[in-house]
Design a protein around this ligand. Structure first.
Ligand code: SF4
Length: 398
């Protein structure tokens, strides 16, 4: 499909995990927890005849509860955590003037692309884990223990816009000998299949709120589903941290829209910060060439693989016939969800405050580094090796 054309993880064999999800749900010994990514909530309804962009979060929660999930939580909550950890890292780099630009790293297709093509830039990627992985880590390493359930008995299922999140969940960094942080990744399309296979009439469902405490994300967290959203969330946090003043207007219109590359300058007191947002890896490649050639300078660069960001993910309903219009509607849906949120800045979230108080202490602390950060390694040698083997094979054929 659309995914195979542009996604670097598309060459990997992707297995549907609907059966694995059923197996976990039907096992009385397992405690099954779901997290729902921001982008998914404005698209699943499309499969049930609702217009693109309609926010169906409450119905998805009810559907998953009926199916048998023990808890249903919101990935926007861990997007807030990613924002704070990533913004604090950014502030440190700004102060030391090192490893700039800082690149976002929550899109696994972009991370893989960087590991293959830009080994010299890996130090520039934010080490903050993606919202999916932070969520998995919080569930297994904190919540499960708090609730008295062994992490080995907890099955963490994430509902995501793309198949590359499956690849991310399997990275060895996010596992130990006993358990993985995220066990099952269902794309939006697989989730639609799961709902259909349970014979649920989606449109008739009464919406329900997420479970507490990890169901409470802020509006900034929801924005992670659209291109420019991570940047906007980071700006909402970094502005207050660097100026010590309250940010009155939380919308950063300059970073919004669906243009291939958007740039903005934001004043943080005396420091002007330059940001760039790009979606589509071909666009990213061009932008990075210009940065490398010294033609452009940025402090912060957000990269997403898919058109429009995760709202255009390869695991989402295909949204034909007018895909660009569908993307615009989904984007509007997320901006609307942000406006409706009672809390719109990650630093104001009571859940986040609680988590730092009870567990993490402070952003980028030793505990946070251990459970919420990661590292990247060059895959250049491996891909060169593959190319060499392929070339040798085709030479043999000739
Ligand atoms: Fe997945 Fe696309 Fe979002 Fe990247 S931009 S995380 S590939 S949906």
């Amino acid at each position: 499909g659309q995914c195979a054309i542009r996604c670097p993880t598309a060459a990997l064999v992707v297995k549907s995990e609907v059966d694995a999800a059923w197996e976990a749900i039907l096992d009385p010994d397992k405690f099954v927890v779901a997290q729902i990514a921001p982008a998914v909530r404005v698209a699943i309804g499309e499969a049930f005849g609702l217009p693109p962009g309609e926010i169906t979060t409450g119905k998805i929660v009810t559907a998953l509860k009926k199916i048998g999930f023990d808890r249903v939580y919101d990935t926007s909550f861990s997007a807030d955590l990613t924002t704070i950890e990533e913004a604090e890292e950014f502030i440190k780099r700004l102060q030391k003037n090192e490893r700039l630009p800082q690149f976002t790293s929550c899109c696994p297709s972009w991370v893989l692309f960087a590991e293959r093509n830009y080994p010299f830039y890996l130090e520039h990627l934010s080490t903050a884990r993606s919202p999916q992985q932070m969520f998995g880590s919080v569930i297994k390493n904190f919540v499960a223990k708090q609730e008295g359930i062994a992490p080995e008995r907890t099955v963490s299922v994430s509902i995501m816009p793309c198949t590359s999140k499956k690849f991310e969940a399997r990275r060895p960094e996010f596992k130990n000998q006993k358990y993985a942080d995220v066990d099952i990744v269902l794309t939006a399309q697989e989730t639609i299949q799961l709902i259909r296979s349970a014979n649920i009439d989606f449109n008739e469902l009464e919406p329900q709120p997420f479970d507490v405490p990890l169901g409470a994300g802020t509006g900034a967290g929801v924005l992670f589903g659209v291109t420019g959203g991570v940047t906007e969330a980071v700006l909402r946090y970094a502005y207050e941290r660097l100026t010590g003043e309250e940010l009155k207007k939380v919308e950063f219109e300059q970073v919004r829209g669906l243009g291939a590359v958007r740039v903005a300058e934001v004043e943080f007191g005396t420091r002007k910060v330059k940001v760039a947002i790009v979606h589509g890896l071909a666009n990213a490649q061009r932008l990075i060439q210009e940065i490398r050639a010294g033609k452009r300078y940025y402090d912060f660069v957000e990269v997403m693989n898919c058109p429009g960001g995760c709202i255009g993910g390869g695991g989402m309903p295909l949204g034909y016939p007018d895909y660009p219009e569908v993307l615009r509607k989904r984007a509007q849906g997320l901006y609307h969800a942000d406006r409706l949120s009672p809390v719109r800045k990650p630093q104001d979230s009571p859940t986040i405050k609680l988590l730092y108080e009870r567990w993490l202490k402070e952003p980028n602390s030793e505990i946070a580094e251990r459970f919420l950060h990661t590292r990247f390694s060059s895959r250049r040698r491996i891909s060169r090796e593959i190319i060499r083997i392929q070339e040798a094979k085709s030479a043999q054929k000739v």
